[in-house]
Design a binder for this molecule. Sequence first.
Ligand code: SF4
Length: 324
Amino acid sequence: MLLEVRDLRVEFRTRDGIARAVDGVGYAVDAGETLAVLGESGSGKSVTAQAVMGILDTPPGRITGGRVLFQGRDLLTLKERERRRIRGAQMAMIFQDALSALNPVLTVGDQLGEMFVVHRGMSRKDARARAVELMERVRIPAAAQRVRDHPHQFSGGMRQRIMIAMALALRPALVIADEPTTALDVTVQAQVMDLLAELRREYRMGLILITHDLGVVADVADRIAVMYAGRIVESAPVRDLYRAPAHPYTRGLLDSVPRLDRKGRELYAIKGMPPNLMRVPPGCSFHPRCPMAQDVCRTDEPPLYEVPGGRASACHFWRECLRG
Ligand code: SF4
């Protein structure tokens, strides 16, 4: 297994108390596989990714437990120097907002080339040539000229392609893309997702795709892990999850995605808001919003039940949910 996260726990200490942002999360991704991690904002999906990458803000964040096994080594036991060596070269991240992730005062050629100078010891001239190749690979027109441009001279979609090029420059084994298309319009979103999927296949890398939007992952992910209030509440192969979700929260998310075959019908909206992580409801944290909640849900926290077909659901009534 390329990456295995086991029972990861992250807390944030604030003046009002402790927020358990990640509360026993586990997932795995193999080479050539795409795992989509889905959830509303505040569900813990990005914090989990930051802990995996080793870029969590500490303090106020603190990893209080768990293991992050990357190619068999527990990253949480490594020194920062070793982690830095792994970051960029073996695992890389694509951020939502390319404009703030790229350096505004350097040309994109210098930023891309820097990766080869620092990690591969290349000359500036060779590094520049590699930067042009990379820009061509992510289909930036007139790459040989545009390599001298600064980030603000590119459109949002083109900037996101440059971010992808930077992440893939050193051919990492694992890429984590955190809402990589959220800031883009729908057509450009589809092009960027297609490009990511194509490069993932070509480089045989593991890809973790973090998103709040079920609509963008159907065609690119192999598995989905759904997070709610710091925990994984459902995980399943993508087709099975779309066909028959085993958790009412996933069902609610699916029903709130616009679909052509439901034209004219009102879109479903999950009632209420995700909980404040300092005051997570007892029992099942989803119970105040759940249309299937029973008395037991208000008192007993559901474990992550095994569901046939390599699936899992943290719902006492997953069988009923599967039946629709
Ligand atoms: Fe809903 Fe109960 Fe299942 Fe939680 S355990 S998702 S409240 S039915």
